[in-house]
Design a protein around this ligand. Structure first.
Ligand code: FAD
Length: 349
């Protein structure tokens, strides 16, 4: 379902949805009922937005007609509901550019080089694109990409190297265990004694520490130090306030992801306190053809709830339809009784 980026050709489409959270996913459904196929882009490698990234195992109690529904379960159900409309997902890529062309259409580009030439855009971008929490220690900025990393692209590259891994969640522990034995030395640095990772991974890590083949360190990063003008390692502070210098060739930061409005703020749309101003008729932004639904938008009385995003997605879909075919009058049709809806839903011939 995820398509590979193509550096040459722009994908021509009627609508691109930016954000695969609950609002974006239900937007696909409402567009599908109007016979409009959607491309969906998300910076995360999986769909589901905050529900999947921040609280997948938590129960939600305010989804209409579902007295209780797990957050990941809600995402799974939405995916099931939209499967028939075959949306195309472009995951793990952030939309970095949105520009209107002289012909009125929009050009979108992602961090992976995927380009779209689209008639309309629905921004369902929540609180912004989820990006890794960065190491803000003194001097760290100068070494990002080269010696400070937020993901492991090629584990073999770190064979025989001295590594520091920051974090206490699953990513930190999984990579510590995966790189152990390959790297010359690994120091795992976490701010607390308790870990959030799976207990089995924590137990395996502790066994390696007991066997003295892994260093575990509790504390905070203070700064990056250099040796002969090159990257030297991290200066850390332990809970007693004692400073340590941990030499290393590479540092991996696994502090989880945080949403960042990022490029959306630069697209010339009317913004109020980091949210896009929309009308409440079709949830259109200050630029005709660009709609905003879910947590990303604001209007009098806005409530950041999943059900608000669902309602806004339905009306934005009608807005998209009107933008695409201003001459057509679209009649509301019930999914229960309309043969056309049944056909589009694939429940009749
Ligand atoms: P999101 O879920 O934030 O999804 C937006 C997506 O857009 C993200 O995946 C992001 O990566 C992507 N994105 C953003 N910018 C870009 C870009 N430039 N390029 C590519 N992708 C981009 N609501 C309820 O109704 N009931 C509850 O009980 C409830 N409980 C909650 C509990 C917690 C702990 C939290 C944090 C929230 C809770 N919420 C609840 C709020 C609810 O999760 C949000 O209202 C909902 O997720 C908003 O959906 P959305 O699709 O608008 O945005």
């Amino acid at each position: 379902m995820t398509s590979a980026p193509n550096a040459n050709a722009a994908i021509e489409t009627d609508v691109v949805i930016v954000g695969a959270g609950p609002s974006g996913l239900f937007g696909v459904f409402e567009l599908g009922l109007l016979d409009i196929k959607a491309h969906v882009v998300d910076s995360l490698p999986q769909v589901g937005g905050q529900c999947a990234e921040l609280y997948p195992d938590k129960p939600i109690y305010d989804i209409p007609a579902l007295p209780v529904c797990g957050a990941q379960e809600l995402v799974d159900r939405l995916m099931q509901q939209i499967a028939h409309f075959k949306p195309e997902f472009h995951l793990g890529q952030t939309v970095t550019t949105l520009q209107q062309e002289p012909n009125g259409r929009f050009r979108l580009e992602t961090s992976a080089g995927t380009r779209f030439d689209t008639a309309t855009v629905i921004l369902a971008a929540g609180l912004g694109a989820f990006q890794p929490r960065r190491l803000r220690a003194l001097g760290a900025e100068n070494w990002e990409q080269r010696h400070i990393h937020y993901r492991v692209l090629d584990p073999e590259q770190y064979a025989g190297q001295r590594l520091i891994i920051l974090g206490g969640g699953d990513s930190a522990l999984d990579w510590t265990l995966a790189l152990h034995g390959k790297a010359e030395r690994i120091t795992l640095l976490h701010r607390r004694a308790e870990y959030r990772a799976q207990p089995a991974s924590v137990a395996r890590m502790k066994a390696l520490v007991d066997g003295e083949t892994l260093e575990e360190f509790q504390g905070h990063v203070r700064s990056v130090f250099e040796i002969d003008g090159g990257f030297g390692g991290l200066e850390t502070v332990d809970p007693e306030g004692v400073h340590h210098k941990v030499e290393a060739d590479h540092v991996f930061v696994f502090w989880g992801l945080a949403p960042n409005l990022g490029p959306i703020a630069d697209w010339g749309l009317d913004i109020d306190k980091r949210q896009l101003r929309v009308d409440t008729e079709k949830f259109q932004t200050s630029v005709p053809g660009i709609f905003a639904i879910g947590d990303i938008n604001t209007y009098p009385g806005k409530k950041k709830l999943i059900l608000s995003g669902f309602h806004e997605g339905a009306l934005a879909a009608f807005g998209v339809q009107q933008h695409l075919h201003p001459e057509q009058k679209v009649r509301l049709q019930y999914t229960t009784t309309s043969p056309l809806m049944h056909k589009r839903l694939g429940v009749s011939d």
